[in-house]
Design a protein around this ligand. Sequence first.
Ligand code: CP3
Length: 354
Amino acid sequence: MTALKNDRFLRALLKQPVDVTPVWMMRQAGRYLPEYRASRAKAGDFMSLCMNPAFACEVTMQPLERYPLDAAILFSDILTIPDAMGQGLYFETGEGPRFKKVVSTLADIEALPIPDPQKDLGYVMDAVSTIRRELNGRVPLIGFSGSPWTLATYMVEGGSSKDFRKTKAMLYDNPHAMHLLLDKLAQSVTSYLNGQILAGAQAVQIFDTWGGNLSAAAYQEFSLAYMKKIVSGLIREHEGRKVPVILFTKNGGLWLESIADAGADALGLDWTCDLGEARRRVGNKVALQGNMDPTVLYAKPEAIRAEVARILASYGNGTGHVFNLGHGITPEVDPEHAGAFINAVHEFSAQYHQ
Ligand code: CP3
């Protein structure tokens, strides 16, 4: 394997010294880029991009051709697992994800298979190895999965939801069924992420997009407990390097201390928490990733630069910070604004690493 030419992303996650703060953007390959929209048109639709390793590799590389990003992220989706469990994922244009089969009863859950990463999700493993070859050591490759709770919401609702009505009803009416579903998902996510690591992912992130929608008690029992279980089953060293694990619970700012105890190397933060305060709360346990409000990218470059400077100052001196947005970049963002954001991180952060 080729040596990494730029490893500051992995170093910052492990709290090792860096020259400047590394930066990448959640959803960095996506609709805000005209070249992404062209590739999607060529492939036919979003799932065809994901399922064809050459296309997945092409769109993963697009933001790296434009910007000096410090990491690449596998182009795929968190809903590949429920699809591999037989739910039949499809995307209705402009409507988000949908499933042909919905999970409603204990019997539905008992019948769900645990996907084999090689047999059932081989297209994702092939995308990872194809992208690693194409990157040729330029920057590290991030693999990812949804958290069990976040995946469960899509599986039970049959798609996106505003209030998680069916999922919450199942949690409170039938906690035994919900725990069985989450346990099957935790097993699936563990082997899926380990498959990605063996195929070449050099760090992994678990997206708990909807964990922050739970009560404090339910978050511990129905989301964090299963992420902990996953973390304890992951391969943590491969190709002679540590493989850092990042947990991102959106709206999890109230629970940072307990998330920091889950055994991961880093926590992702959305923009509702103050980065400096988060650093004091988690102490030396974990690195932090985040946390600019993605809508700041609608403002002019000068305002974007000022916000980057404010966030860097809030974190302060030293390593342990990976700059990112607090959630995914949106389709309406001007690609030049994304460029101003990334350049500002490198330009303004050198002073904090002397
Ligand atoms: O970050 C990256 O560049 C890697 C790619 C990536 C995608 N989805 C591609 C995608 C990642 C990391 C995801 C994760 C994902 N998918 C999450 C967790 C992160 C988050 O945003 O909270 C969730 C909840 C999903 C489920 C999902 N996929 C939804 C709700 C949607 C529809 C909303 C939307 O933005 O259209 C998707 C589709 C999707 N996944 C797109 C992309 C680029 C847009 C599809 C298109 O091209 O039309």
